[in-house]
Write a protein that binds this ligand. Structure first.
Ligand code: NAD
Ligand code: UGA
Length: 465
């Protein structure tokens, strides 16, 4: 079956970039990305490409090329579902904040709403693709809803999890390590659906990188891929504390172990802790699924990855307080970076939020500079934690649009995101305008210790505190 028309429900960090690339590489397919969020859709349609709702290097060029040709962003969800042969569900699946599984399970209400809407609207056969990250066996629930509330048409469900990382999404999509497609190859219709999706990717991804599996393997592989990646970060972060206690050098240790080809060099960068919308959510989901199945030892094993991450964030904040003579009351700590990693404006679960929260508890004043995150977003992030009133948050956490203003007069600087530009600042000038002694807590180990110490800074990196 040749696909001519695709709909993607959810115009977020995954739906937007993924569909832009599918449209770029398949000019014969009409791709319509829909969302309930009208503001988000109008930002996707903004003629000024600087106003796209997400910042992702290279995304603007692809949108510029495909938008209006075969790529469309729209609020007309029903119309797009009706017209499409293939529908991607790319909505958010956050951790549940209520009821059974609160704080652990994935909240599938948005996915279920999509399934019900597809069932209601579809008047012809559809291939429904799970692009969101979902607990293993979700396809069964989607199939049930579609079959029991639909208009008698046939629905084939595929799982096609996304592996892009923010900040490098366009490269990850252009040359993916693998594309994973889970489907039911035991029926003719299932086989055809799998092939239809393989053909879409095959227009730019080599066949050897397109992996087809059964649906459950595909769903579970996505959760566990994130768990493995996060586990590496927690592993190296646990060693950073050991380095601090022994004088071993964390970057030397990372290099030495990463040169073993069985271990590999990637994802061994010690940090203030991993953030992002997915690592924590997906591991909690894995823990929850394991517990539900009575696999308590498996659950405890993976849960430790999260506990180590919480510990890393906390001890970073506590170390700032301890070093500043055990009081930060009335002192100014300036943050470089608020996003959960460089080259994105996404702040979900960023370590910066938790470090700020602990420092604000101790009555510090915080001034933040981030090249891509707005002041409104920072306040939203803090208010979401519900630790203080909105007014207190607004009074004690200030956002500056000029880094030199943010750093002026500070008692200490904390680097929370590894934005490249921080390395080329005029550190002599910054030192002159800070309170003395001037401290830098480099939560990403990106600044040059020797240079900063020669200027007069007291420098403390992760693993070297
Ligand atoms: P997001 O919050 O940025 O985007 C989701 C969008 O779906 C929102 O704009 C929301 O308004 C929309 N939406 C929700 N319900 C809807 C409905 N019923 N109809 C229409 N629109 C609806 O989320 P995201 O970061 O793009 O993540 C989406 C999924 O992809 C999640 O399951 C996530 O785990 C997974 N994932 C994310 C990443 C990433 O880097 N962010 C990478 C791989 C996988
Ligand atoms: C991660 C995965 O890398 C993607 O494959 C996956 O698709 C995605 O989650 C998802 O499912 O959402 P992402 O969270 O965007 O991507 O970014 P990563 O590069 O994985 O970084 C996650 C966090 O770990 C960041 O806070 C980063 O700074 C931190 N990190 C990463 C480290 O502290 N050290 C490292 O060595 C690597």
């Amino acid at each position: 079956m040749e696909i001519k028309s695709i709909c993607c429900i959810g115009a977020g960090y995954v739906g937007g970039p993924t569909m832009s690339v599918i449209a770029q590489k398949n000019q014969n397919i009409k791709v319509t990305v829909v969302d309930l969020n009208a503001q988000r859709i109008s930002a996707w349609n903004d003629t000024d490409l600087n106003n796209l709702p997400i910042y992702e290097p290279g995304l603007d060029e692809v949108v510029n090329e495909a938008r209006g040709r075969n790529l469309f962003f729209s609020n007309e969800v029903d119309k797009a579902i009706d017209e499409a042969q293939m529908i991607f569900i790319s909505v958010n699946t956050p951790t549940k904040t209520y009821g059974t599984g609160k704080g652990m399970a994935a909240d599938l209400k948005y996915v279920e709403l999509c399934a019900r809407q597809i069932a209601k609207v579809a008047k012809s056969d559809k291939i429904v693709v799970e692009k969101s990250t979902l607990p293993v066996k979700t396809a069964e629930a989607i199939q049930n809803i579609l079959d029991n509330t639909g208009n008698g048409v046939n629905f084939e469900i595929l799982s096609n999890p996304e592996f892009l990382a923010e900040g490098t999404a366009m490269r990850d999509l252009a040359v993916p390590d693998r594309v994973l497609i889970g489907g039911d190859s035991s029926t003719d219709k299932g086989k055809k659906a799998i092939q239809a999706l393989v053909d879409i990717y095959a227009s730019w991804v080599p066949h050897k990188n397109i992996l087809t599996t059964n649906v459950w393997s595909s769903e579970l592989s996505k959760l566990t891929a994130n768990a493995f990646l996060a586990q590496r970060v927690s592993s190296i972060n646990s060693l950073s504390e050991l380095c601090e206690a022994t004088g071993a050098d964390i970057q030397e240790v990372a290099k030495a172990i990463g040169m073993d080809s069985r271990i590999g060099p990637k994802f061994l960068q010690a940090s203030v802790g991993f953030g992002g919308s997915c690592f924590q959510k997906d591991i909690l989901n894995l823990v929850y699924i394991s517990k539900t199945l009575g696999l308590n030892d498996v659950a405890d094993y993976w849960h430790q990855v999260i506990l180590m991450n919480n510990h890393q964030r906390n001890r970073f904040a506590k170390n700032i307080i301890k070093t500043l003579y055990s009081t930060v009351n009335g002192k100014t700590i300036s943050f470089l970076g608020w996003a959960f990693k460089k080259d994105t404006n996404d702040t979900r679960e960023s370590a910066a939020i938790y470090v700020a929260d602990l420092l604000l508890d101790e009555k510090a004043t915080i001034k933040v500079f981030d090249p891509k995150v707005t002041a409104a977003q920072m306040q939203l992030d803090l208010n979401y934690l519900n630790t203080r009133t909105k007014l207190e948050n607004a009074n004690y956490l200030k956002t500056e649009s000029d880094p030199y203003v943010a750093l002026n007069g500070a008692h200490a600087i904390a680097v929370l995101t590894e934005w490249n530009e921080f390395q080329s600042y005029d550190w002599k000038y910054i030192y002159k305008n800070m309170q003395k002694p001037a401290f830098i807590f480099d939560g990403r180990n990106i600044l040059d210790r020797e240079v900063l110490e020669s200027i007069g800074f007291t420098y403390k990196g992760i693993g070297y505190l």
